[in-house]
Design a protein around this ligand. Structure first.
Ligand SMILES: C[S@@+](CC[C@H](N)C(=O)[O-])C[C@H]1O[C@@H](n2cnc3c(N)ncnc32)[C@H](O)[C@@H]1O
Length: 319
């Protein structure tokens, strides 16, 4: 599967998991709408190909940006011209470009322009998206004054063009809490939920408490639709308690994910990602992560090296 990559970046982007998610979606082939209450960069929705969709995020900047592409106020030509002009100013600015980064950041924090949002998303450190407690852009500069070299501007412009071509007339955007979106789902729809991960990173638009997880669970447990939830299962140090508390009664499949925080080899971390869902998908590999699965009493038990605990799951057979 050739994955369509969106122009916005964030640390939580699911690009690597898109083929896995759609392998699962294909097992049920839903006839209704694609509903995504936690859109983020949109990478999953933009690869969904559904004629009808409801796309939501509590972060207004994301929604304004994609609505702009849908209604034609943001086009590839506008983006190209903007990035070329702003890129020149960045490359000529003092402090190795940082002076101009600060100007755009201040401007965005006042006027919330979607083009400035794109600029910051592509010049922020490590493609991260984070907002302060006041709701201001809160990512340091990537320290590359020549960030918007012609090839990079072309790449972003092409990403905008691609999104323009996959956005459908019947895709509806919302900017509200997930609790208002999930009840819109009917039995033929598919809900894909990728909420902030409990116990992990928090910012202005990504506060996530156990109460939120409980509400999400209550809404998904009672939806007539099919749902898929992305969450984390465990890492080298601990399990995600929310799995045992809420999600164990559904089917869970997992996959290893390696990520780098910084360039050093010692900063290479792994996390086992999970998809939780409320339907049967016999053809899916249940586990592909490196921990050896053992089948005991018809239950899959994963022994965590260095720990004496087992993570129990529904009966599963690994491939
Ligand atoms: C993990 S990210 C989603 C990442 C996305 N799947 C991607 O690949 O880019 C979670 C998203 O949920 C949004 N969010 C956080 N709390 C929310 C809430 N209560 N209701 C709706 N959206 C929320 C955040 O703004 C963020 O964009």
């Amino acid at each position: 599967m050739k994955v369509i990559v969106p122009p916005l970046k964030s640390q939580g982007i699911k690009t690597k998991f898109v083929p896995w998610i759609f392998e699962l979606v294909k097992t049920i082939n839903p006839k209704g709408k694609w509903i995504e209450p936690f859109l983020g960069t949109g990478v999953v929705a933009f690869n969904s190909g559904f004629p009808k969709a409801i796309l939501n995020d509590v972060n207004p900047h994301i929604i304004t940006f994609y609505k702009g592409i849908l209604d034609g106020t943001i086009t590839p030509q506008i983006v190209k011209k903007f990035l070329e002009e702003e890129g020149k100013k960045l490359s000529r600015a003092n402090e190795n470009g940082y002076e101009y980064y600060k100007i755009v950041r201040t401007r965005f924090n006042k006027n919330h322009s979607p083009l400035d949002f794109l600029f910051l998303s592509r010049t922020g450190f490590n493609g991260m998206m984070r907002f302060s407690q006041k709701g201001d852009w809160n990512i340091p500069f990537c320290k590359k004054p020549n960030r918007f070299a012609p090839a990079y501007v072309t790449k972003i412009t092409n990403q905008v063009r691609k999104i323009q071509s996959v956005l459908k007339r019947d895709w509806v955007f919302h900017n509200t809490g997930f609790e208002k979106i999930i009840p819109m789902a009917t039995k033929d729809d598919i809900l894909y939920c990728d909420p902030p991960y409990f116990g992990r990173y928090v910012d202005y638009y990504n506060g996530w408490t156990e109460k939120d997880e409980e509400l999400l669970y209550a809404l998904l447990a009672s939806t007539p639709a099919k749902f898929i939830l992305s969450t984390w299962h465990h890492n080298n140090y601990r399990e995600n308690d929310m799995i045992k508390k809420f999600w164990n009664k559904f089917t869970i499949i997992t996959k290893d994910h390696f990520y780098h925080s910084g360039g050093k080899i010692e900063n290479r971390n792994s996390i086992v990602e999970a998809l939780v869902f409320n339907f049967d998908a016999e053809s899916m590999a249940k586990h592909n992560h490196s921990v050896m699965p053992k089948i005991i009493n018809n239950q899959l038990n994963i022994f965590m090296p260095g720990e004496d605990s087992f993570i129990k799951q529904r009966p599963l057979v690994s491939r």
